[in-house]
Structure formats: C-alpha cells, structure tokens
Design a protein around this ligand. Structure first.
Ligand code: ARG
Length: 462
C-alpha cells in the first residue's frame, strides 16, 4: 500500500517524491520493529479486553502481527520509503494479511503514543544489555586487579610522578566509575519504563481503553499521568544519552592511559597482536587503535546528547515532527557504547600485558617517596610543614648530585635531621610506601584486598 492511500480523503495528491523521502523514517526506525509489533499486540489485546473490538478480532490482529514478526526475522519483510515509517509499514502489511480487521488496530491510539512506546521498549532492552556489558568489563578489570595487588605503578597528579600505587588500586578506580555507570543506568531505567500508550495523538481517546492493562502486558512499571507529557516527553532519552556519555568518559580516560602506557616513553604495557595494528609504511610500529577509536568515538555520543537537548528546547506541546529526529542519535549512541564496551573488555582480557620489569624500575627511580620522608619525621614529632621543607631541600641537593633518596647515607640523613634512623630505608622503599597508605580507600595492600572483595561482591550481587 502506498503512502498516498494512507492519508485521509482530505488529500488530493501524493507527496513530492523527494519530500516523501525527506519525511520518511523507515530506513532507520525499522530498528524498532520488534518493539512495534509487541506494542501493537498489547494494544490489540487491550482493545479486545475492553470490548472495543471482539475477542476474535483481537486474536486475528495478534496472530497477523506475529506473522509479520516471522516474515521480518526471515528477511522477508523489507518495507520501502512508500511506507513512511515502521508503524505504517506494519499496519499496511497487517491489512494485507488479515484483511479489513487490520484496519481496526489503530483504534484509540496514534503514532505519537505508539512511537513513544516503541522507543521506550527498545531503550529498556538496550539498557539491560549495556548493564550486562558493563558487568563483563568489570569482571575482567577485577580479574586483572586480583593478579596485581602487589604490582606497583607510578601514580600521577598533573601527569607528574606523585606517589606509587598498587596497580590493582588503579584498575579498581575504573571499577568504581563503571559501577556508578551501572547504577545510573538502573536509575534511568525507572524513568524509561513508563507507558505513554493510550495517550493518543495528544489528548487521550474517546474509547473506553485501559491504559494500565496494556502497560501491564508490556511490563511497564506505570503509565504517564498526563497525555500531553506522555507523547512529547523525551527526558528519558536525554537521561540515557547523559548516562551513555559518562560511560564514554570513563572508557575514554582508560583509553588515554593505555595509549600513554603503551608508548615507548612509558613502556608500562605492551599490546598483543590481537588488539594492535601496524603502519602501512613504518614496519616497526604497533599502534593502539582500539583505545584510540574508543577515545575518538566518545565525541559522537556527546554530540547525540547535545543534539537531543537542542532539539527539545523549543518544542511547544505536544508532538512535533522534530521528535522523529530523536532516533538516529539514540541508536548510534547505543551501538557505540556497546561496541566500545565490548572492544575494551577484549583489550583488557587479551590485548595487553603489563611489563612488570618496567613498572618496578619506574617506581624505584624517582622521588615519589619524598612524602614518606616528611611523614617519617612528622610521625616522630617534627611538625609536618617543617619536615616538608627539609625534604624539599634534600630533594634539590639529591637531584644536583644525581642521586635518589635511597642513595643517601645515614649520616647524610642525620645531618638533615637527628631523628632519622636506619629504618628510613625501609620506610622509603616503594613497597612500603604503598603498604603504608592503609587509610580507608587508600592504596595500602590491605585496603586494596578489601576493595577487591567488595568489587567481587558487588558484581555477584545481581
Ligand atoms: N515517524 C514518526 C516519529 O518517529 C512517528 C510519529 C509520527 N506522528 C505524526 N504525527 N506525524 O516520530
């Protein structure tokens, strides 16, 4: 059935073909078809239950819709631009299959509440998939952390060596970020899972429908209480895009670290062949394309958030065709986040190897134990600020002499302050520097072991 037959008798001529293409969304909203069919089946059941159509008619509609699902899954349902969108495509095919009764499906609803229902059903499923992908990512993160509680890595502030930390502690920071992402998605889900079905075009319907029943069939938690809000609300999509953007922020930060770590300058990780690419001209190159792409794709997701915010800001109530623009960005954000989570999980699981030797050398060859010298004196009664100044002085003279703090003799230490004893050497060894930071949430091994256990418990909770 072509589009010109769709519109009412009010229309005398068909759309200009270019305008028809411009107006159509079928080439992207076909993504919603499974949800559209499920939503329509629930609507048909509700119409029958409320006596708006007969129960046989209801069954015919449900069966016809199921047939379209099979046709689609077998690759035999490929509507073109003359269907305009997925909703018309399904309705037209339904009439072909079940005859005139198919024309009753659209009783008491509009494409406006229909598309809102489909989008929510889609996003609901996607949120669950993304949450599962986050869990897989976290599991690999925790596995690697478990093997590296006692592996030390320089910790940075301002990208300057600051204090060494346990590699597990560093990785568990990403566990925490993605845990918030996981929880945030759960929170967004609660506002996605509200049914607009039955809000009609904007004002409700004259038919005695039961919105709560169709919502229940579709496992929505509740229904929109205001029909104008129901058909025009896209807050849930904006919230999702915002949560998706934060996931990308976190993946992108980890990506940036992996890129730095894999450089000659850092040399903290090597990339395995399964996750690295070469150069077409420089035979020695091994490039970190995976984290670079994740970092690069992050901007796309931010862009979709921005686009949706701007699209919404000037819309008068209720439905406006602008809202058709909500879908491509949303779908792309979903696909991007999923692809990036999958790629980063593989990269962590089998694409990287930490270079223990380089890490050990790195943490032993700098002044990142200077705070511990100051703490040593402060613990022995010297006011911290005074100790801090003394250590600043010794760092300066050591640099000039080409020495590290561990190279100073006990008499040099004593010259600096009589409180220094032989145990200063142990206190400034990288292992002890890390172990000593046993405050809650710190990098001390005891704390990290507890954090690891807590992370495991968190993952296994659901
Ligand atoms: N394809 C439309 C969309 O994605 C469906 C709703 C159309 N409603 C309308 N009144 N033109 O938003």
């Amino acid at each position: 059935m072509t589009q010109q037959q769709t519109w009412s008798q009010r229309f005398e001529s068909a759309l200009h073909p270019t305008i028809a293409r411009f107006n159509a969304s079928i080439h992207f909203d076909i993504e919603l078809i499974e949800y559209d069919l499920t939503g329509s089946q629930a609507h048909a059941k509700m119409l029958a239950k409320c006596g708006i159509i007969s129960s046989e008619e209801g069954e015919q509609l449900v069966t016809g819709l199921e047939q379209i699902r099979q046709e689609y899954r077998q690759g035999n349902f490929n509507p073109g631009v003359d269907s305009e969108d997925v909703h018309f495509a399904v309705e037209h095919r339904l009439v072909e299959i079940v005859g005139d009764v198919g024309k009753k499906l659209h009783t008491g609803r509009s494409r406006n509440d229909q598309v809102g229902t489909d989008t929510r059903l889609y996003l609901r499923a996607q949120i669950q998939q993304i949450q599962n992908l986050i869990r897989e990512f976290q599991t690999v993160l925790v596995d690697i952390a478990e093997q590296n509680v006692e592996t030390l890595i320089p910790g940075y502030t301002h990208l300057q060596r600051a204090q060494p930390v346990s590699l597990a502690h560093h990785l568990l920071a990403y566990f925490q970020m993605t845990q918030r992402d996981w929880e945030r998605l759960g929170d967004v889900y609660r506002r996605v899972n509200i049914s607009p079905l039955g809000c009609g075009a904007l004002a409700g319907t004259t038919f005695p429908i039961d919105r709560h029943y169709s919502a229940q069939l579709l496992h929505f938690d509740k229904v929109y209480d205001n029909s104008l809000d129901g058909v025009s609300d896209r807050d849930f999509a904006i919230e999702f895009l915002s949560a998706a953007s934060l996931i990308m922020v976190h993946l992108s930060r980890l990506s940036e670290e992996v890129i730095l770590w894999s450089s000659e300058e850092f040399g903290f990780v090597t990339l395995k062949d399964s996750c690295a690419t070469g150069s077409s001209i420089m035979p020695q190159k091994k490039n970190p394309d995976v984290p670079e792409l994740v970092r690069g794709k992050t901007g796309r997701v931010f862009g979709h958030l921005q686009a949706m915010l701007v699209m919404m800001k000037g819309l008068p109530l209720a439905y406006n065709k602008d809202l058709q623009e909500d879908k491509e960005g949303l779908f792309d954000a979903v696909n991007t986040v999923k692809a990036c989570l999958e790629a980063m999980t593989i990269l962590l699981r089998e694409g990287l190897e930490f270079c223990d030797r380089r890490l050990a050398v790195a943490v032993a060859s700098d002044f990142s134990n200077a705070t511990d010298v100051a703490d040593y004196l402060a613990a022995r009664g010297v006011p911290f600020r005074e100790a801090y100044n003394l250590v600043g002085k010794v760092v300066k003279t050591s640099i000039a002499a080409g020495k590290l703090l561990k190279d100073l003799s006990l008499s040099e230490w004593k010259q600096l302050h009589p409180k220094f004893e032989n145990d200063i050497y142990e206190a400034i060894s990288p292992r002890q520097v890390v172990a000593a930071r046993n405050s809650y949430g710190g990098t001390g091994f005891e704390q990290v072991s507890k954090a690891l256990q807590a992370a495991r418990d968190q993952i296994n909770q659901d």
